[in-house]
Ligand binder design. Structure first.
Ligand code: THU
Length: 124
């Protein structure tokens, strides 16, 4: 398990903007080049515009020119490691992130592949 990635996700969680749900989430992706990009959930008064931490992290990496990934870690204050939403699973599938580390703030982790999280996901 990539401990540095977990710590980066935990730190990013502190930036969560979640005044509506009060549910703070942090995420971090490690690129194939070894760089880490982070994201947090960013909500909006128009709820449907909110973006999850995982997609914010992946999009930050892609925006910086990186499209190859080694792993993603997502963390929230949940009893079990946090379970990503369907939209984020589809985006993880798009970028073929090989290792998805689900975590909680206690440090409990579960590791999956995108295929395990989203069987028969949409591809072109
Ligand atoms: N959320 C994430 O950022 N990632 C997840 O894996 C689950 C849900 C956010 C979206 C929203 O801001 C809040 O958590 C409650 O759904």
């Amino acid at each position: 398990m990539d401990k540095e990635l977990f710590e980066a996700a935990l730190a990013a969680r502190r930036n969560a903007y979640a005044p509506y749900s009060k549910f703070a989430v942090g995420a971090a992706v490690r690129t194939a080049a070894g760089n880490i990009f982070t994201g947090c959930n960013v909500e909006n008064a128009s709820y449907g515009l909110s973006c999850c931490a995982e997609r914010c992290a992946i999009f930050a990496a892609v925006g910086a020119g990186e499209r190859e990934f080694a792993a993603l870690c997502v963390v929230a204050d949940t009893k079990e490691p946090v379970s990503p939403c369907g939209a984020c699973r589809q985006v993880m599938t798009e970028f073929k992130i090989p290792e998805i580390i689900l975590a909680n703030t206690n440090g409990d982790v579960k590791i999956y592949t995108p295929q395990e999280l989203l069987p028969y996901g949409f591809t072109l």
